[in-house]
Write a protein that binds this ligand. Structure first.
Ligand code: SF4
Length: 291
């Protein structure tokens, strides 16, 4: 799968939903029966659910990152938040799963370990707030997977190649595709959700403190679910990206190539070289070279 425009067009011709078309094309390309693909994807969903459940306690922390997801839960319970309850839940789950990853817990890297909180945050907040069943979440995951495949083939999913816009940006775009699908949105709404999400995140650099996937990664996962929720809502409301999704993804790839190496997962730029970033790294024995 190399083009979201192509998938949407095939949906129009076949009458399939975006996720059904994605399964059909994957089955055709791989020779694996659709039922087997569904079974495998359900297994990924269950792995993701496991990571959400396991990460929910306050015992997990990284080398420099504390356990902060429980703070979000307690704050949400006060009922005075500016963000919607859905977004707060998604942020809490995203932060918890990302922290769990930093603590070497078992996660689903969708699309990468660094961005592993975003998709479960968005999907399992759906379950918490709307009672969404496995079947709908599974359809969402197939749409997300198709988006990830298109991004990988046209641009990159790696922070080392394209900055955080490629990792967390792709996760947000995949999450938006999943949520549009969960709500039964039209195929072109899936593509527009992807385009809207990426447009807001173009240029985001990869600047992990000490080279660890902790700071700013964990909080970026939490913060970016709000972008995923809003791009989903805009797409479902009928807002359309003037630039088609495939072209937005191509632009993301070009921006990634233009980023200096210091801002592509080397830990040599951005937040990693702030005085506090250096000091945090030093506390665990990592020297950040002078820029
Ligand atoms: S800052 Fe870099 S390492 Fe951290 S999540 Fe983003 S792309 Fe991954």
């Amino acid at each position: 799968m190399r083009s979201l425009g192509d998938i949407v067009e095939r949906c129009r011709l076949s009458g399939r939903s975006f996720s059904e078309q994605a399964i059909f094309m994957e089955s055709e390309e791989s020779g694996v029966p659709a039922e087997t693909l569904r079974r495998r994807m359900l297994s990924r969903l269950k792995d993701m659910e496991f990571s959400v459940r396991e990460s929910a306690s306050d015992q997990w922390r990284g080398l420099i990152a504390p356990s902060e997801a429980p703070l979000v839960e307690r704050y949400a319970q006060k009922g005075a938040a500016y963000s919607s309850p859905f977004v707060l839940s998604a942020a809490r789950i995203a932060m918890a799963v990302s922290t769990y990853n930093a603590a070497m817990g078992r996660i689903v890297a969708a699309p990468t370990a660094g961005s592993c909180g975003i998709l479960p945050g968005m999907l399992f907040a759906c379950r918490e707030h709307f009672g969404t069943e496995d079947e709908a979440l599974l359809s969402g995951l197939f749409s997300a997977a198709a988006v990830g495949e298109v991004v990988a083939s046209r641009a990159t999913l790696a922070g080392a190649s394209g900055g955080c816009q490629a990792e967390c940006g792709a996760a947000v775009a995949m999450g938006s595709a999943a949520l549009v699908t969960v709500r039964g949105g039209a195929p072109d709404a899936v593509a527009h959700g992807v385009a809207l999400a990426f447009k807001a995140i173009l240029g985001l650099v990869c600047d992990p403190v000490g080279g660890l996937v902790e700071s700013p990664c964990i909080k970026r996962n939490a913060l970016l679910v709000s972008l995923g929720a809003l791009s989903t809502d805009l797409a479902l409301a009928g807002v359309r990206s003037l630039i088609p999704a495939d072209e937005v993804i191509d632009a993301m790839g070009q921006v990634g190539k233009a980023l200096p190496e210091t801002l592509r997962e080397t830990g040599l730029g951005g937040l990693a070289v702030t005085p506090t970033g250096r000091s945090l790294a030093e506390q665990i024995g990592i020297q950040t070279p002078k820029g």
